[in-house]
Design a protein around this ligand. Structure first.
Ligand code: HGY
Ligand code: MN
Ligand code: MN
Ligand code: MN
Length: 421
């Protein structure tokens, strides 16, 4: 049916889908690690990916520059000097061993549309700007949304001193890549010149695939709290130290993992994850004297999330006191839920319906650059279905050319009919 609908719609074979899928494959060739896709901020693979995006944008007829936090920015000019700019885009960094479409789809799909418009000689009545945000996942320097925060003027310059696992500071990484950190504040956009922001992204979850729908319109992006926890106990001999005398940091961490799981269970849209858990320099025959873990708590409702975070932090205190463990917590992300703008959702929904699909609204449990750009202008998101049951942040992340096509057809219709607020 999708095949038939697409042929009806375009009157010929797929316009955008195969290009988007091929570019996704091509872009995935650059990875920090062999086997699997890892593209962390300002690594060599990250810089090569930026250059490739810039090339595709240029070939599509866009004015292109790479700014000093590494955002790849392409502008498709309207020729109307008074027109406000419509922003779109997503991130091109990835999680470790991630998927090819997370973030990248939201850059490649609009480039394919601009390439088509440019070939047709069709201008839009507004300047259309595609931004490949340089960093959203927080893999190398822990902080997230570096690219989109620079665009909204909220880049925290103190982060330039943050060090990666090898002790390299963000400032050094940027300067080694030829960037001038003095220009970062100047990256901020003037809100008066921006009409809105729309991000196309894979859903990264099971809802659309469960509904059998290729596209969805996002209602809100869940808020999230991220902490790094360092537990300090006492390393001692695994054979001679009686159980009741131990200060076992890993056992405390294990209780914390189950506390998070229990506290977040069975509460609508509340999720909690310990994604990183390690015993630094652990040995089989040594009681773990230290343990590092991460907390990621999210919910659609900020009050629900804040209550869960409070209970979990109180719980960590109770576990550590009982086990004579010291805990050091560092809050690395606190982002409130970002509701999408109804006026934009309606225009996106109408565009989805032109592809012959029903409008279907859903929450985004995943964080997105749109929640950072929400500090600059109204935002909305278009989701495309994830295959393999919706898995993401995993090499099994997948999507189809048909769904990419439908997403592109919908966004093209949205652009051609966009009415600024
Ligand atoms: O973690 C997130 O939700 C996003 O994929 N960075
Ligand atoms: Mn992601
Ligand atoms: Mn993403
Ligand atoms: Mn995103």
């Amino acid at each position: 049916i999708a095949e038939m609908r697409i042929n009806d719609l375009t009157g010929n074979t797929l316009e955008f889908g195969p290009t988007i899928m091929q570019w996704s494959e091509d872009l995935a060739q650059w990875s920090d690690e062999d086997g699997g896709l890892t593209c962390a901020y300002m690594t060599d693979a990250h810089r090569k990916s930026a250059e490739q995006l810039a090339t595709w944008m240029r070939e599509a007829g866009m004015q292109v520059h790479i700014d000093d936090v590494g955002n790849v920015v392409g502008r498709y000019l309207s020729g109307n000097p008074n027109a406000k700019t419509l922003l779109t885009g997503s991130h091109y960094d990835t999680v470790r061993n991630g998927g090819k479409y997370d973030g990248r789809l939201g850059i490649l799909l609009p480039i394919a549309i601009v390439k088509y418009l440019n070939q047709q000689g069709e201008k839009l009545p507004f300047d259309f700007e595609i931004i490949g945000f340089a960093e959203e996942e927080g893999v190398r320097f822990r902080s997230t949304f570096l690219g989109s925060n620079a665009i909204t003027g909220r880049f925290d310059l103190n982060l330039l001193d943050a060090k990666d696992a090898d002790g390299i500071t963000m400032r050094e990484a940027l300067e080694q890549a030829g960037h001038n950190v003095a220009n970062i504040p100047g990256i901020a956009r003037d809100p008066a010149k921006i009409a809105a922001f729309v991000e196309v992204h894979i859903e990264q979850g099971p809802v659309l695939v469960g509904k059998g729908l290729p596209l969805g319109v996002v209602t809100a992006i869940a808020g999230s709290s991220r902490y790094l926890v360092e537990l300090k106990g006492l390393a001692s001999h695994a054979g001679t130290t009686p159980m009741y005398m131990r200060k076992d940091a890993a056992a405390a961490a294990a209780e914390i993992v189950l506390l998070v799981e229990k506290r977040c269970a069975n509460i609508e849209s509340l999720v909690g994850t310990v994604g990183q858990l390690q015993v630094p320099n652990g040995s089989v025959n040594v009681i773990p004297g230290a343990c590092k873990l991460s907390l990621d708590i999210r919910a659609a409702d900020d009050k629900v999330r804040e209550a869960a975070v409070k209970d979990i932090l109180d719980g960590i205190n109770e576990i550590c006191e009982r086990r004579f463990i010291e805990a050091k917590l560092e809050k690395v992300v606190e982002a409130n839920a970002a509701p999408c703008a109804p006026w934009l959702m309606d225009q996106l929904g109408a565009a989805v319906e032109t592809t012959g699909l029903p409008r279907f609204d859903l929450l985004s449990g995943a964080g997105h650059d749109a929640m950072a750009i929400a500090h600059l202008c109204d935002q909305a998101m278009l989701f495309t279905r994830c295959g393999n049951g919706g898995i993401s942040h995993n090499p099994l992340e997948t999507m189809t050319a048909d769904d990419a096509e439908l997403g592109a057809q919908a966004l093209l219709h949205f652009l051609r009919n966009f009415k600024a607020k």
